[in-house]
Design a protein around this ligand. Structure first.
Ligand code: UT7
Length: 383
C-alpha cells in the first residue's frame, strides 16, 4: 500500500525593492493626504521597483532565497509557477525567465493569472500536483511590478499599490500537514471592475490606446471593496471547513493585504481577534500576487508561526476571483542557516546557469548563421 502524500512548505523567500514611496510623497503628486490614505486603507508607505528591476528579477531573488532556506538545488525543481498580473512580457512566461536564471533544467514553467488571488490559486495547483504523485518539488512565486501599470495622476489607484515578490517551495512528504485544503472561485461578471484594458487582443497596443491611457490599471474601488468584504470571510470559512477544522483551530490568518478595513471585516466575519491576523500592508501597500507570500515570510521572521500551527490564507482580486487555503506548518523554526561554503556553491551555480544560458543563445545564433551559409554555398554550387 502506498503511503499518503502531503505538500509541505519547506522553503520561503521574499524580495522588496529598496525605494520607499510614502503617503506624503504621493500627496505631492496627486490630490490626496497621508491622513486620507491611512484612515481609508491602512497604508503608510510602499516599495517601488527601480528602472532595472522587473517582475522576473524580483522573482529570481525571492526564489533563490526560498531554495536556500530549504537547501534544495534548482535542478530538483519539477515546476515553477509565477503568479502575476504584471509579467515581464505577455510571452514568454516570466516563469521561463526564472527557470533559466535558476538553472532549473528539469522544471516546467508557466505563469498563472488570477488577479490578486493568483498566489493562492498557484498554491492550490502546486500542492495538488505534489499530492497526486506527479511532482516532488514545486516553486510557487507571487511577484508584481504594479508601479509600471499605475496612472500616477489617478488618486483612486496609485495610492494603493506597491512592488515586490515572495516565493514558497512545496515539497512532497509523508509527514501529515502542509496544504490541507483550498478553495478557488471566480465571478467574471465583475471583470470590468478592475482591469488593464490595453495591450491584449481586444485593444492591441497603439498610439491611440496609449493616448486613452488604456495601458493603466482601472478600478471601481467602491464595488471591489463591497465584493471583498463579502467574499473574504466566506472563502476562509469554506477552506477551514474543507480542512475539517473549526475557527478556534486557526492560529494565524494571513489575508491578502489590500485594505485594513477589508481585513478587519473578514476577521470579524470569522470571529477572529486581530492578534491572530497578520498585517504588513502599512509598509508595502497592496502588492497583489506578492502580498500573501511576502506576509508569510514576515510572519516567519517575526516568529508568529510554529510547528503544528494552522494558517489560513485568503485572497480576492481582478476577475473577479477569490481563493483560500489552510496550511498546517511542519518545518522547525528558525530554519538553520546554510554553511558559508554551501551559499558560495549556490552563487557559483547561478553564475554557471547564466553562462550556460549565454552559450545556448550564442550556439543558436551560430547554428542559424551556419545553416544559412551552407544553404547559400549549396545554392551557388547548384546554380
Ligand atoms: O487587490 C484588489 C485591489 N483593489 C482593492 O483592494 C480596492 C478595494 N477598495 C478600497 O480599498 C476602497 O474602496 C478605496 C481605498 C479604493 C477607496 O476607499 P472608500 O472609502 O471606498 O472611498 P470612496 O471610493 O467611497 O471615495 C470617497 C471619497 C470620494 O470623494 P467624494 O466623491 O466623496 O467627494 C473619492 O473621490 O474619497 C475620494 N478619494 C480620495 N480622496 C483622497 C478617492 N481616492 C482618494 C485619495 N485621496 N487617494
Amino acid at each position: 500500500m502506498t503511503s499518503k502524500r502531503y505538500a509541505q512548505i519547506v522553503g520561503w523567500g521574499k524580495y522588496v525593492p529598496t525605494q520607499v514611496l510614502t503617503n506624503d510623497d504621493l500627496a505631492k503628486m496627486v490630490d490626496t493626504s497621508d491622513d486620507w490614505i491611512r484612515a481609508r486603507t491602512g497604508i503608510v508607505e510602499r516599495r517601488i521597483a527601480d528602472p532595472r528591476e522587473t517582475t522576473s528579477t524580483m522573482s529570481i531573488k525571492a526564489a533563490r532565497a526560498a531554495l536556500q532556506v530549504a537547501d534544495v538545488a534548482p535542478e530538483r525543481l519539477d515546476l515553477i509557477i509565477v503568479t502575476t498580473a504584471t509579467p515581464d512580457y505577455l510571452f514568454p512566461a516570466t516563469a521561463c525567465l526564472v527557470q533559466d536564471a535558476l538553472g532549473a533544467r528539469r522544471a516546467g514553467a508557466f505563469d498563472l493569472l488570477a488577479g490578486c488571488s493568483g498566489f493562492v490559486y498557484g498554491l492550490g495547483v502546486g500542492s495538488q500536483l505534489i499530492i497526486s504523485g506527479a511532482y516532488e518539488n514545486v516553486l510557487v512565486i507571487g511577484a508584481e511590478t504594479l508601479s509600471r501599470i499605475m496612472d500616477w495622476t489617478d488618486r483612486n489607484t496609485c495610492v494603493l499599490f506597491g512592488d515586490g515578490a515572495g516565493a514558497l517551495l512545496l515539497q512532497a512528504s509523508d509527514a501529515p500537514g502542509g496544504v490541507l485544503s483550498f478553495t478557488l472561485g471566480a465571478d467574471g461578471s465583475g471583470g470590468d471592475l478592475l482591469m488593464l484594458p490595453g495591450g491584449g487582443s481586444r485593444h492591441p497596443a497603439s498610439a491611440e490606446t496609449v493616448a486613452q491611457k488604456l495601458h493603466y490599471a482601472r478600478m471601481n474601488g467602491r464595488e471591489v471593496f463591497r465584493f471583498a468584504t463579502r467574499i473574504m470571510g466566506q472563502a476562509a470559512k469554506e477552506a477551514i471547513q474543507a480542512a475539517e477544522l473549526k475557527i478556534d483551530d486557526v492560529d494565524l490568518f494571513i489575508p491578502h493585504q489590500a485594505n485594513i478595513r477589508i481585513i478587519q471585516s473578514a476577521a470579524k466575519h470569522l470571529g477572529l481577534p486581530m492578534d491572530k491576523v497578520f498585517v504588513n500592508l502599512d509598509r508595502y501597500g497592496n502588492t497583489s500576487c506578492a502580498s500573501i507570500p511576502i506576509a508569510f515570510c514576515e510572519a516567519i521572521e517575526e516568529e508568529r508561526i510554529k510547528p503544528g500551527d494552522h494558517l489560513v490564507l485568503v485572497s480576492f482580486g481582478a476577475g473577479l476571483t477569490w481563493a483560500s487555503a489552510v496550511v498546517q506548518w511542519h518545518v522547525p523554526l528558525p530554519a538553520p542557516r546554510l554553511p558559508g561554503w554551501k551559499r558560495l556553491l549556490r552563487r557559483v551555480r547561478y553564475c554557471w546557469a547564466r553562462l550556460v544560458s549565454r552559450l545556448r543563445r550564442t550556439y543558436r545564433k551560430f547554428s542559424s548563421w551556419w545553416g544559412k551559409a551552407v544553404g547559400r554555398i549549396r545554392g551557388n554550387n547548384n546554380g
